[in-house]
Design a protein around this ligand. Sequence first.
Ligand SMILES: Nc1ncnc2c1ncn2[C@@H]1O[C@H](COP(=O)(O)OP(=O)(O)O)[C@@H](O)[C@H]1O
Ligand SMILES: [Mg+2]
Length: 350
Amino acid sequence: MPKSNERDRYLAIIEAMGEGVLLISRKHRITLSNRSACSMLSWVSPLKGKHIEEVFSSSILPATIDTVFRTGRKEELKITSYLSSSGADAVIKGKGREKIYKFSITLLDDKYAVVTITDETMMERMSVVRQDFVSNVSHELKTPLTAITGFAETLMDENLSAEETKSFARIIHKNSTQMQRIISDLLLLTSLDREEIAPAMENTTDTKILSEVRAYTQFRAEAKSIAVSYSPEGFSLICSESLIVQALINLVVNAISYSPQGSSVSISSRKKGDRAEFKVSDRGFGISEDDLPRIFERFYRVDKARSRESGGTGLGLSIVRHIAIIHKGTIKAESRLGEGSEFTLSIPLR
Ligand SMILES: Nc1ncnc2c1ncn2[C@@H]1O[C@H](COP(=O)(O)OP(=O)(O)O)[C@@H](O)[C@H]1O
Ligand SMILES: [Mg+2]
């Protein structure tokens, strides 16, 4: 037996652990539990003295514990539980937030087994997000690639007129440009993920930022006879200038793409308290209430055909959101179907 102050120290360490720890007897009685175990199982009263059957509605855990006592081998299992919002003694049953826990059961001696519980909810969710992302990327690249392959095959036919040859080459060019755009947006998103830790900040002004955005988008606006008004207030700020310019270009390109010929777009910036606020508004097609909460998701488009027609990748707004987050800022969208949209990017001046 360890000395009493040594024992207290061990207990304090167990109590402080992020993993849930339960010591369980052969008869399924909990003889020790730490704070993490109680909170993971949303159990308010002490777990000590309870039988695991009282705590878990699932019979898998007791059965696995028996196996561990019988074989002496470590066992692992994953349990999906629904935490009740009341937090009362109602574990792993009923409705509520879904949680995924990993239970590892190890034999301590012939009387006790140790159960450690880790919350794997985030990891599981991230792996689902990653799988979805890979399948989305593959799908997005497959569409233009299929067109390229098909038209290249047709081009190999020697009986084509010069006119036909040209038109097929044009389609191939358009689709490969689309693939290039998707890939460069994806690379940008990946580099933003990395930059999240330490973006390179510099001193600049809103006037300079807006004039760069103008230079990049002028051609597009003219092509659609859209009048774009620029109204910088004139102030200094510290930010990643190139990223803020990129975010605003994405917003302005959207405003132009999703507005009819001859419409108008306005971009303004002002100092609001200790924040810089950039607004891009249009009088275009607008976004419905149902779609609005989803437009910042990767690859989400309201109208796929319209987006593709304007050279969209479905990644523009998720890039904007990323850039806002990197600057500890926010991006907000307001819109009415058929009336227009307004996007507000707000970042701290420093
Ligand atoms: N100013 C806007 N007006 C109307 N719809 C917009 C506007 N900006 C974005 N959207 C909608 O949000 C979707 C996602 O935008 P974005 O991420 O930039 O992708 P995309 O490449 O399709 O432009 C667009 O496909 C469009 O349906
Ligand atoms: Mg876009």
